[in-house]
Design a protein around this ligand. Structure first.
Ligand code: F6P
Length: 322
């Protein structure tokens, strides 16, 4: 293998740049030519390729977003789009690909590598932490810290005004961001899709807090929770506590941006380096992850089918400490 390519796809996440940098520098160090594919699968279809050298990744390890840009590609969902992408790859002489992305990226990669003969490995890049075969995804650590900082600030104002805030965080159909940021900010309750919301228990906590005149009340809601989002839950709470000032904050895309944490940069760098080595080792159609400090390879179709289980002790922590 003499020429490899790297791209980022799907929702961007902090640490993607650190991973790109590691792929490029490892590739060059091992004597490969490295191509950057711009805007994910869209760029693959259009042949939007650039040559990467050492300097092209200078100064990016501390930056959020992705210098290669990203996209959610509808065209790649079609057989015609994938065929065009493969033709562009062949034309450019690319012999192996590193994809940095999440569930959608690897769903595409799984189909693509079953249709066409091209070595393809992935590193998990998503704030959601919703992939199987890794203890963390690139972006997750920064996102939970961003959510924690934001909720800390909301708590200040909740305390000043004696209010209840429902804070909705991202995570698609996973509750990892909600659970960690909720524990770290001392939330009264955390509502996540992985566990059925015990509305009565949540209301009992609020009852107690009302009685003890606790001023700052925070409920963290994962966007994928089955109760249907922070606004809906706020309406139900308002019925029970008409006199209590209830507010909703949707944290939204601030969770996707910003400078990656130290942990993120180190983990993303390691995964980037290992991805290049895996390609050279002949690995194909696998996502690289880190489990108990070891690098493991998980076939794309498994990585996207399940996600790791929520630790029940963390749910207990929320209840115990509320
Ligand atoms: O997968 C990352 C993520 O931020 C999810 O948490 C969220 O549901 C989704 O992407 C939002 O996607 P978009 O930015 O395309 O609206």
């Amino acid at each position: 293998m003499k020429k490899i390519a790297v791209f980022t796809s799907g929702g961007d996440s902090p640490g993607m740049n650190a991973c790109i940098r590691a792929v490029v520098r490892t590739g060059l160090q091992l004597g490969l030519e490295v191509i950057g594919i711009k805007e994910g699968y869209e760029g693959m279809i259009d042949g939007n390729f650039i040559n990467m050298d050492r300097r092209s990744v200078s100064g990016i390890i501390s930056r959020g977003g992705t210098i290669l840009h990203s996209a959610r590609s509808d065209r790649f969902r079609t057989p015609e789009g994938r065929k065009q992408a493969f033709e562009q790859i062949q034309k450019a002489g690319i012999e192996g690909i590193v994809a940095i992305g999440g569930d959608g990226t690897f769903t595409g990669a799984d189909i693509f590598t079953k249709e066409f003969d091209i070595p393809f490995v992935g590193t998990p890049g998503t704030i959601d932490n919703d992939l199987y075969g890794t203890d963390f995804t690139i972006g997750y650590d920064t996102a939970i810290n961003t959510a924690m900082d934001a909720i800390d600030k909301i708590k200040d104002t909740a305390n000043a005004h004696h209010r209840l805030f429902l804070v909705e965080v991202m995570g698609r159909d996973a509750g990892f961001i909600a659970l960690r940021s909720g524990i770290a900010t001392g939330a009264e309750a955390v509502l996540i899709p992985e566990s059925k919301t015990d509305t009565e228990a949540m209301l009992r906590v609020l009852d107690n807090n009302q009685e003890s005149k606790k001023r700052a009340n925070i409920i963290v809601v994962a966007e994928g929770d089955e109760e249907g989002g922070a606004f809906k839950i706020a309406e139900a709470i308002k019925v029970r506590y008409p006199g209590f000032e209830t507010k909703v904050t949707i944290l939204g895309h601030i969770q996707r941006g910003g400078r990656p944490t130290c942990m993120e940069r180190v983990r993303a760098s390691r995964l980037g380096m290992e991805a290049v080595k895996a390609l050279l080792d002949g690995k194909r159609s696998v996502m690289l992850g880190q489990v108990h400090k070891e690098i493991v390879c998980t076939p794309f179709e498994q990585a996207i089918k399940h996600h790791q289980k929520v630790n029940p002790t963390l749910l207990e922590l929320v209840e115990m400490l509320a």
